[in-house]
Design a protein around this ligand. Structure first.
Ligand code: ADP
Length: 160
C-alpha cells in the first residue's frame, strides 16, 4: 500500500495544485492532501475553507482524502503512518526551498522520502499569492482557479 501526504498552504488551491493531486493519485494508492498551518504565512482563507475548496474540486478522485495538520509535518506523518511526502516543483527557487525542506525532514525523521512532481508547462507560473494580488486589483483569474474558488476569492476581497 503506497500512501503519501501532499502538504501545503493551498491558500487557495489552484489548477497547479490540482494537477499535482491528479497526477499524484495515479502514483500512490492513497494520497492525503493536507492543509498545513504555516506560522510564517498569513492565509486569506481559514483551514476549513481551504479544505472545502480542495474537496469540492477532487470529488472524482477515489483515492484522495483531505485533511489538515498543525505542528511538525514529521510528527503528523507518524500519526498517518506514512513516510512519503509529495510536493510540486515549478522553478529554480522552488528547488532551493524544497531541497532544504526535504533534507530537514530527513534529519527529523530518517525514513522520510520526498517525491517531487514537475509542474505541467501550462501551470508553471501559477502561484496562489499572485492570484490573490490579481483578484484584489480586479483581474480575471478564471484561467488559474476553478469557478467556486474564484467566487470565494472575489467575496473575500469584496468584504474587505
Ligand atoms: P507551501 O506553503 O507548503 O509551499 P503551497 O500551497 O504554496 O504551500 O504549495 C504546496 C506545494 O504545491 C509546493 O510543493 C508547491 O511547490 C506546489 N505547487 C504550487 N503551485 C504549483 C504549480 N502551479 N505547479 C506545481 N506545483 C505547485
Amino acid at each position: 500500500m503506497r500512501k503519501a501526504v501532499y502538504p501545503g498552504t493551498f491558500d487557495p488551491v489552484t489548477y497547479g495544485h490540482l494537477d499535482i493531486i491528479k497526477r499524484g493519485s495515479k502514483i500512490f494508492d492513497e494520497l492525503i492532501v493536507s492543509v498545513g498551518h504555516n506560522p510564517l504565512k498569513q492565509p486569506l482563507f481559514t483551514i476549513t475553507e481551504r479544505m472545502d475548496m480542495i474537496s469540492n474540486n477532487t470529488r472524482g478522485i477515489q483515492n484522495i482524502s483531505v485533511d489538515c495538520f498543525e505542528g511538525m509535518l514529521t510528527d503528523y506523518m507518524k500519526e498517518l503512518q506514512t513516510n512519503v511526502i509529495l510536493r510540486g516543483l515549478r522553478t529554480l527557487s522552488d528547488f532551493d526551498y524544497e531541497f532544504q525542506r526535504a533534507l530537514t525532514n530527513r534529519v527529523l525523521k530518517t525514513d522520510v522520502e520526498t517525491v517531487f512532481i514537475m509542474t505541467s508547462q501550462e501551470y508553471s507560473y501559477l502561484n496562489s499569492s499572485l492570484i490573490k494580488e490579481a483578484v484584489s486589483l480586479g483581474g480575471d483569474i478564471s484561467m488559474f482557479v476553478p469557478s467556486d474558488v474564484e467566487k470565494l476569492l472575489q467575496q473575500k476581497f469584496e468584504n474587505r
